[in-house]
Design a protein around this ligand. Sequence first.
Ligand code: TYM
Length: 356
Amino acid sequence: MRVVSGIQPTGNLHLGNYLGAIRNWVRMQDEVGEGSGAQAAEAGSAQKAQCLFFLADLHAISQPHDPAQLRKGTLEMAAALVACGIDPARSILFNQAQVPQHAELQWLLNGTARMGWLNRMTQWKDKAGKNREGQSVALFAYPVLQAADVLLYQATHVPVGEDQKQHLELARDIAQKFNNDFAPKDAKGNDAPVFTLPEPIVPPAAARIMSLRDGSAKMSKSDPSDMSRVNLADDPDTVMKKVKKAKTDPEPLPGEEAGLVGRPEALNLVTIYAALSDRSVGEVLGEHGGAGFGAFKPALGELLVETLRPISRRFTQLLEDQEALGAILAQGAAEARGIAAPTLASAYAALGLVRA
Ligand code: TYM
């Protein structure tokens, strides 16, 4: 079992990233791989999943950006991930720019990916809007780099929020077509696939945390209003203020989930509460049904503040030692380059490209 996932180091880590993806990354560090099971555990041979988590800095240049900000954001995001519980002793943490094989494999996969497939990506359509002609080639080819990110490591599991599922399905299509078109034969004459088909792991709840200002838009770093998201580094007063000002409707909370239909803002706040307290939406409504937002919002604010307090304290401490953060990324990148090398070599060979 090999777990691979990434995050763009632009802007702040927010609650959507945390509940939709990062919390799952942290949990997957303790996951036991397939073929282990109870027997293997008894025999002492249970294998932990190998986890690789990276800062998608190469993706971040697909849109206008400030180089100084990207450099700063990369170290900050590394600190944020460690503060959330990504343990560099157990997981390989790095940034793409230090592992050139990502860009190399992307080029090889560009020969397999189809324009039509990329044209259908909702993220491309959303980000390009009406101005497709004015976008960078990198923004269009972005999902091919994302495919390279996971195929390079033979990832089996990719923990992501709902919005990245389509990109992962594309990665599977690219892998499948490459394997079909180019897989070499093994000694017995069977196809020897070059790439493993990765499985997206989307949390059943909290896969799509919405903006605090608009229940129909996802919480996002690119939203111009900072009031739309809770950042993991926000101080307690700011968190409380954002929750209290969150858009809601005038009705009290229903006693059952069905009562949240057509109330996206209410559903979002209850979903956040449920995810933070590791309970179902139904359980939260069982407790808070009938309450108005005047009572529910402070309860949610408290829960958020308590969850974020240790994370933001650790984040601030980690940022004080930039050298240590740089060393974590350099070490992770060295390990990642080692794991990537055989797959990249197989891809070159399968395509008939001659290397020394
Ligand atoms: P990014 O940087 O936008 O987001 C990082 C992760 O956070 C999840 N996420 C959310 N989950 C729930 N609710 C939300 N409002 C929310 N907003 C963000 C995202 O789904 C993601 O899992 N293209 C990717 C980065 C990437 C990647 C990869 C991911 C590059 N290569 C390979 C997986 C595998 C992105 O821009 O995520």
